[in-house]
Design a protein around this ligand. Structure first.
Ligand code: SF4
Ligand code: SF4
Length: 456
């Protein structure tokens, strides 16, 4: 576990005597609900007319969201999650899931010492349910802070001194104090999972991931190593979905969630971006964007999708909308441990893509024209032969001889060993149009008249 500078640590336990109860604490300014987060959640559940009785062993779970070297992007993503929505977790709307009491510096109703109460209670083991830590941002090396103030802090606590001096508490210190008792430690976003941008070359704050800071031997109170949900910013649903899966398992209502060798939810991160990218068909046909804004595959303007594990192409950024390639951006590998340095410069094609994209280009040059022939033919009704009666003049001509020959063999293969649609003459039954028009029953009226005239 990383070290906290001595100057930032108060005398052990001393502050607890000063803020261990809300008695004597000032009224909270700005708490419009005049409730704690927990009371509000319970009120909402009661107002739905629901029983607060849980379907499993857990009635409620506390989640402490801490932020290190972060841009708050993970908070923005998670608060926009839809499957499930954060609100669903916080209001007991998901059957079987215990009520989630979230302590978050942006969303929390309580402020000041009231805000710190639950963190302190968690440390003392006084909560009436297990707690989970969600950590956003990387953990800086607080020993490098020249001012002595933390790079990343959460709240302040009184010093054990007659004066009313207080000290800011670094989130690294909160991790040190709370991680051993946490049911699970979830690193949210690439800064927390792998160090991310604050830990890129240069790294003036000595930042690192939660996993690196706690060490490989770290295990939560339930025996779990750090759970990692990467992304810069992550897909918000990946966090709420993972929390939901873990809670369902703990309630005995869901299967054991599977994590990969880096602690990522395996069902979210086993596929590459490329496999489900909306532009993958362009790659396969060997057509590539040459500049931003082109609609084709973005590999030649710097997309690393074929080697990057990320599900944004499946989930979208929020509510199945947006996401890098949908918005025109190449994948820069933001979910990967090597991000950002191993994916730079972001505007250059990955060297490994040269082989595969040139192979696609070669194959595409053969396959594309053949596909267009099949497509053209399947863009015609079976009544349309040499004429297409479209006022839009989509195309109006007869097909070429080459096209007809290719189509003849194509159809021969298509129906080989299978039944061609339409009634077979051998069955003896004829529909009314067949009886009336005979072999001309599936042609345009105009063509039929011409055929009849020709036969006469
Ligand atoms: S844009 Fe990227 S992820 Fe999409 S098809 Fe091209 S290389 Fe694959
Ligand atoms: S597609 Fe690439 S850049 Fe976009 S979120 Fe996923 S890993 Fe990050």
């Amino acid at each position: 576990m990383g070290e906290i500078p001595e100057k930032q640590v108060g005398e052990a336990g001393s502050h607890l005597q000063r803020v261990s109860s809300t008695v004597g604490l000032p009224d909270q300014v700005g708490n419009v609900g005049r409730r704690t987060m927990e009371e509000l959640a319970e009120d909402i559940v009661a107002s739905h007319g629901k029983s607060q009785k849980s379907l499993g062993p857990l009635e409620k779970v506390y989640v402490f969201w801490l932020a290190g070297m972060s841009c708050d992007g993970c908070t923005v993503s998670v608060s926009g999650a839809t499957e499930p929505a954060l609100e669903d977790l916080l209001t007991g709307s998901i059957p079987g899931i215990p009520l989630v009491i979230l302590h978050h510096y942006v969303l929390q109703l309580e402020s000041g010492d009231h805000y710190m109460q639950s963190l302190l209670k968690a440390e003392r083991g006084e909560l009436d349910g297990p707690y989970v830590i969600a950590y956003e941002g990387s953990i800086p090396d607080e020993n490098l802070s020249a001012s002595g103030e933390p790079f990343a802090g959460e709240g302040s606590l009184p010093l054990w001194a007659p004066s009313e001096q207080r000290r800011r508490v670094s989130t690294a210190e909160w991790v040190k104090r709370l991680a051993p008792g946490a049911a699970a430690m979830i690193a949210v976003g690439t800064c927390a999972t792998w160090g991310g941008i604050p830990a890129a070359y240069g790294n003036i704050t000595g930042s690192m991931s939660v996993m690196d800071w706690l060490g490989a031997d770290y295990r939560s109170a339930l025996g779990l190593p750090v759970i990692n949900i990467p992304g810069c910013a992550p897909v918000g649903d990946n966090f709420t979905d993972a929390v939901q899966a873990i809670l369902l398992f703990l309630q005995g209502l869901g299967p054991l969630p599977e994590f990969d060798e880096l602690g990522r939810p395996a069902w979210q991160f086993s596929d590459t971006v490329h496999r489900k990218c909306g532009r993958a068909g362009f790659y396969e046909e060997g057509t590539f964007a040459q500049e931003y804004g082109d609609k084709e595959c973005l590999v030649e303007v710097g997309c690393w999708g074929p080697v990057v594990q990320c599900n944004i192409t499946e989930k979208g950024a929020i509510a199945h909308m947006g996401g890098c390639m949908n918005a025109g951006g190449p994948c820069i590998g933001c979910t990967m441990p090597g991000f950002p340095d191993k994916f730079a410069p972001f505007y250059k094609a990955p060297p490994g893509s040269m082989l595969s994209s040139n192979a696609s280009r070669f194959m595409g040059a053969i396959v594309r024209p053949l596909r267009r022939i099949s497509q053209r033919e399947r863009n015609r009704e079976i009544r349309w032969h040499d004429t297409v009666p479209s006022g839009w003049a989509m195309h109006n001509g007869a097909t070429s001889l080459t096209h007809k020959i290719l189509e003849f063999f194509y159809e021969a293969m298509q129906f080989q060993g299978a039944e061609r649609p339409g009634r077979q003459q051998t069955l003896g039954y004829q529909s009314l149009p067949e009886r009336v028009y005979e072999g001309d029953y599936q042609v345009l009226p105009e063509d039929r008249a011409k055929k009849v005239e020709k036969r006469a």
